[in-house]
Write a protein that binds this ligand. Structure first.
Ligand SMILES: Nc1ncnc2c1ncn2[C@@H]1O[C@H](COP(=O)(O)OP(=O)(O)OP(=O)(O)O)[C@@H](O)[C@H]1O
Ligand SMILES: [Mg+2]
Length: 326
């Protein structure tokens, strides 16, 4: 039986923080008033990731994605619960976990006073690779990320996207068994994003496991074989992109111009939502002919498109927000 790359059980994280009450509450001593507060960033997250999988973590700002990644990559201790990485507890056995992982942190920056080539090479040497392997891996990673031309300039002189490419190059060069990437393609152009996707796919073909976060849902769909949507520190849903779409009622969207009358007409075929111009019916391919026939009979012009992961995400998280409010 192979051991899971990540096995997380009921992970909770409560940050203790100080709340700044603002300048209006300055006391006689001139200091701002602070209150102690607690932020529950994770409220019992469980997940299992098998070796070789590419898994995406999706969620609104503040949902708890980075907190989970930090805990699973030994940078934070959980308040309670447990994360095992290849069978090692990230809290008690961090020293065993660290050689098995590499991390692209959210908003990480390369060392300004190193060149990308020096950064990647130095990192590999620090991880124990010999000179020849480190040099070869460095050259490969710089080429894969398309930054050879700027590889010998100080990172401080690089553009934002070039810096981000350097961060990703540093981590993919390790070919570590488990890679954590927190919004790895932020600020990258579409070519660079595709280069990252290709690198990550190649790494998983060679056996690495990948857990990434992204707000680009096209990226999540193109790259991740399985997704977890988290909201307010909880896993809302888990599954493939297609499975998440099925949960909102189907994989096809038929849009028909019109208002309430049109909505009533198409309601039997699936989940209907209306906006200012059209009624959108979320449905499955098996029902398409019948819907198109109905539209034709009523002289309505219907257009068909795939349901996007973005729609599935908005519905899943939207429903949870509604549930919380009611
Ligand atoms: N060091 C900290 N101290 C106090 N609260 C924190 C700390 N770090 C994060 N939080 C809070 O914990 C919650 C989860 O934050 P986290 O960074 O994990 O979210 P995220 O899903 O990564 O969001 P984003 O998409 O914006 O990166 C948020 O409410 C955030 O304000
Ligand atoms: Mg984050």
């Amino acid at each position: 039986m192979t051991v899971d790359a990540i096995h997380a059980t009921n992970v909770r994280k409560v940050y203790q923080t100080r709340r700044w009450a603002g300048w209006r509450h300055r006391g006689a001593d001139g200091g701002g008033r602070v209150d102690d507060g607690a932020v529950e960033a994770l409220s019992g997250v469980s997940m299992t990731i098998r070796p070789g999988e590419r898994v995406g973590l999706l969620g609104r700002n503040g949902a708890g994605k980075t907190t989970f990644l930090k805990i699973a990559s030994t940078l934070l201790t959980p308040t309670s619960g447990e994360v095992l990485v290849f069978g090692h507890d990230v809290d008690r056995d961090a020293d065993r976990v660290r050689p098995l992982i590499a991390v692209v942190p959210q908003e990480g920056k390369p060392f300004f006073h190193l060149t990308p080539r020096e950064q990647v090479y130095t990192y590999l040497r620090a991880r124990g690779f010999d000179r020849t392997t480190a040099k070869q891996r460095t050259d490969e990673a710089l080429a894969q990320m398309g930054i050879e031309e700027v590889a010998d300039r100080l990172s401080v002189t690089l553009s934002g996207g070039q810096r981000q490419r350097t961060m990703v190059a540093t981590v993919i060069a390790t070919e570590a068994p488990l890679l954590f990437l927190d919004e790895p393609t932020i600020g990258m152009d579409p070519f660079a994003r595709r280069a990252v996707w290709e690198c990550l796919r190649r790494l998983t073909r060679k056996g690495s496991t990948i857990l990434l976060t992204t707000h680009y849902l096209d990226e999540a769909e193109a790259l991740a074989e399985r997704l977890y949507i988290v909201d307010r520190g909880r896993v809302l849903v888990e599954g493939t992109a297609d499975a998440l779409k099925h949960r909102v009622g189907g994989t096809l969207r038929v849009s028909v111009p019109g208002g309430d009358a049109v909505r009533a007409l198409f309601a039997p075929f699936g989940n209907c939502v209306a906006d200012a111009e059209a009624v959108h019916v979320i449905t499955e391919p098996a029902q398409l002919n019948e819907i198109m026939d109905l539209a034709l009979r009523h002289g309505l012009h219907a257009t068909v498109g795939p349901v996007t992961l973005e729609e599935a995400f908005l519905r899943a998280v939207g429903r949870s927000i509604d549930d919380e409010a009611s």
